[in-house]
Design a protein around this ligand. Structure first.
Ligand code: C2G
Length: 130
């Protein structure tokens, strides 16, 4: 079986998140998703997610194309996660284009085009301005 792995925060879950997960799943037989920890977001983005990691994990785990989820504790552990979950393909949105090419020695690395005109940041702004 071909295992696909992808990573993300998936905060304020929206259709752009759904589409990338669906397209990632279509590249293999089994999709594993690393959902970034609250502490990782705080560290890297200086923002606490709207939904907690437990909530974000529960939402992603309930999606039909997703076979397994885990908490991504650190960006530096990506190689370990790829090996641990036996991933044959790493998929990321093209906002990360080129950033994970170093893992091409352990798996295939694919960047998918983002769904246009939707983002968590834009949603937060839209909701808070109404
Ligand atoms: N995405 C997309 N289209 C959008 C918005 C997001 O295809 N309109 C994709 C992103 O490209 C990413 C996934 O949805 O592949 C999750 O996006 P984020 O939640 O923003 O994840 P991010 O914080 O970029 O992940 O190891 C990586 C980290 O976990 C960070």
């Amino acid at each position: 079986a071909r295992t696909v792995i992808t990573f993300g925060t998936f905060d304020v879950f929206h259709v752009g998140h759904l589409r990338v997960i669906e397209r990632a799943a279509a590249l293999g037989d089994r999709l594993v998703v690393g959902v970034s920890a609250d502490a990782l977001n705080e560290r890297k983005k200086g923002r606490v997610p709207v939904f907690s990691q437990a909530e974000r994990l529960a939402i992603v785990a309930a999606l039909k194309p997703v076979h397994e989820v885990f908490v991504e504790e650190s960006l530096e552990l990506k190689r370990d996660y790829i090996v641990k979950y036996g991933a044959d393909v790493l998929v990321m949105g093209d906002d990360w284009q080129g950033r994970f090419d170093e893992f091409e020695d352990v798996c295939e690395v694919v960047y998918l085009p983002r769904t246009p005109a939707i983002s968590t940041t834009a949603l937060i702004e839209k909701i808070s301005s109404t």
